[in-house]
Design a protein around this ligand. Sequence first.
Ligand SMILES: Nc1ncnc2c1ncn2[C@@H]1O[C@H](COP(=O)(O)OP(=O)(O)O)[C@@H](O)[C@H]1O
Ligand SMILES: [Mg+2]
Length: 225
Amino acid sequence: MVEQPDVDLFDIDNLRSQADAHSLAAGRSHAVFFRHQGRTLVLKHYQRGGGMAALLDDKYIGWDCDYSRSFREWRLLKAMHQLELPVPAPVAALCSQHGLFYRADLITLQIRDVTPLADHLMQHPGDLQTWVAVGRCLRRFHDASVYHADLNARNILLEPHRHDIYLIDFDKGAFRSIGESWKAANLVRLQRSLLKFKSLYQGFSYDQQDWNALLEGYNRTENLT
Ligand SMILES: Nc1ncnc2c1ncn2[C@@H]1O[C@H](COP(=O)(O)OP(=O)(O)O)[C@@H](O)[C@H]1O
Ligand SMILES: [Mg+2]
């Protein structure tokens, strides 16, 4: 982690414009990879989607950076990292105030040798071990009471040889101490995402057996690490 993160350490305007260009090229993603002090870091520029995008673009309403999207995600990542959950190490959260609005960015350490699960499944059938590993990984987060607000096949990263699974993109995520129904809702959201990819992309490998393997991993209680 960078002690005393300082915006001057990063050429933030340049990185933001790269993020914008990247998001235009990639359609959606706002992540930019860059080298800093010998490490590869990933900058995510918070950008609105849907109807509000035309109106507010990358501006969010708020007057206290402490409650900004980036600071909240940074704090959640830090807590999860301390619990040794498989998430990227947070490096810096940025927030620039413009009157009643702010713009926000988050910098994390790159997780190496990973592919988003969605990309992997477009090229390879997911083997049983991978699906079980995804289920076990989700269970670890749920056992730690972590709610992911956008659990989809792009926010799950896979190291395919060791079957290591990581979760990213915890914007609007939180520790939830009350109730259990959100856990099932999280899984349903992921299932919906997988079915959507399958309907959109021919050759996207996903079927009921895969989901059953995921659930098997999720429900396995022995040797949960
Ligand atoms: N720390 C990281 N290590 C490796 N890849 C990352 C990391 N953070 C993001 N990525 C890559 O960038 C993509 C977009 O990042 P994400 O945080 O999901 O932002 P968004 O979905 O808002 O564009 C991910 O799908 C993943 O491929
Ligand atoms: Mg994402």
